[in-house]
Design a protein around this ligand. Structure first.
Ligand code: ATP
Ligand code: MG
Length: 357
């Protein structure tokens, strides 16, 4: 592996007696994106702000481009403006009294850059986010998505090698969000900057990242490539957070012998690494991996009565009950999924994960 462009080592940040970030370590290779993913309050923003130099850690080390930016043991703390990075905040933080051009030019102005250089760079950045024609408009006379693009242009215009993004898409509606997500991926590919990204949205994390760091309560719960984390969550917390909505307590025999559900159904699944951080053994699978039929069929599964059936557009959320077992299936909407019906559900061993104590 190449030397990391950003290296966060044993980072701890305390607010009074409260440990907001607790011995967090990860690296970002040059040109790659690492995403901090986790529920509200888990320490994502605090970690990002520490990398930016806006938060003073209580311990640990942060290296950027090989140089220490923070070193708790040696009392070293480089100020934000010397860290050579740019940041996009959750609220787009554009300046309302400035035009689009002036907003993007702002970092150049505070650094006293010549206006010829500034103009060229700003025009290039605005073209990248498709806003060149709005350069002279007051920034407030833009839609939310366009304002977000101004913030992005400002972050990339200066050509810093490291860009920090804190939920940059969270203020956008669903459709714009998807569009901006693609644009962001494209922009990073074209410009090649290294990115540290923060979100609580798993789809955003999966689609944009080279590596994902799942955080919980200030600590790293699991880190790895998107596919790896999606396929092999190492704890009940990560499984749940990544959409394994069906986590059913079960009795386990030996490895590969299957799991007995409380209603007697036996399912086989993939064993994850032992030592999974759960209280009770469980079998986990995603609602989208469940098939529903009117008749019993091939493969493993059981039957249940539809307790609730929710139409949400592309999919129907069907909740089945079989004795003490409840499970959820996401299937294509069709007739015959009504409440009160008895349906047969199927899930392949490949899609089931055994979570051992
Ligand atoms: N200035 C502060 N003083 C005291 N506690 C703080 C401060 N800033 C953050 N915290 C606490 O530290 C923890 C982590 O906060 P942080 O903002 O990093 O969470 P987050 O993961 O970014 O959450 P969200 O997804 O809601 O933005 C939270 O419990 C928060 O209440
Ligand atoms: Mg935050």
């Amino acid at each position: 592996m190449s030397a990391a462009f950003v290296s966060v080592e044993d980072l701890s940040i305390a607010y009074g007696g409260f440990q907001a970030v607790d011995r967090v370590s990860f690296g970002i290779d040059a040109g790659e994106q690492v995403t901090l993913l986790g529920p509200s309050g888990c320490g994502k923003t605090t970690t990002l702000r520490a990398v930016a130099g806006l938060e003073r850690p209580s311990a640990g080390r942060i290296l950027i481009d090989g140089k220490p930016a923070f070193d708790g043991a040696h009392g070293l703390d480089t100020p934000p403006e010397k860290r050579n990075l740019s940041m996009v905040f959750q609220s787009y933080a554009i300046w309302p009294h400035m035009t689009v051009f002036e907003n993007v030019a702002f970092p150049f102005r505070v650094r006293g850059r010549p206006s010829v250089e500034t103009r060229a760079a700003v025009e290039r950045a605005l073209a990248l986010v498709d806003l060149a024609r709005f350069a002279e408009r007051p920034a407030t006379m833009l839609s939310g998505g366009q304002q977000q693009r101004v913030a992005l242009a400002r972050a990339v215009a200066f050509g810093t090698k490291l860009v920090l993004l804190d939920e940059p898409l969270s203020n956008l509606d669903a459709q714009l969000r998807l569009q901006m997500r693609d644009e962001l991926a494209d922009l990073r590919k074209r410009l090649g900057f290294t990115a540290l990204y923060v979100t609580h949205d798993q789809e955003e994390a999966f689609s944009l990242s080279d590596h994902i760091v799942v955080m919980r309560g200030g600590r790293i719960e699991q880190a790895g490539r998107p596919q790896e984390i999606y396929r092999n969550p190492q704890s009940r917390f990560v499984a749940e957070f990544l959409g394994m909505r069906n986590i059913i307590p079960c009795e386990l025999a030996g490895t590969g012998e299957g799991a007995r559900l409380p209603d007697g159904t036996v399912l086989r699944g993939r064993d994850v690494a032992p030592g999974t951080a759960i209280e009770d053994a469980a079998i986990a699978f995603r609602p989208g991996d469940v098939r529903l039929d009117d008749k019993p069929g091939e493969g493993q599964g059981g039957s249940g009565v539809v307790a609730r059936s929710l139409f949400v557009g592309d999919v129907q959320h069907v909740f089945l009950r079989s004795g003490p077992v409840e499970l959820c299936a996401h299937v294509r909407p069709r007739p015959g999924l009504d409440e009160g019906r008895t349906l047969f559900w199927r899930v392949t061993p490949e899609d089931c994960l055994i979570l051992r104590k």
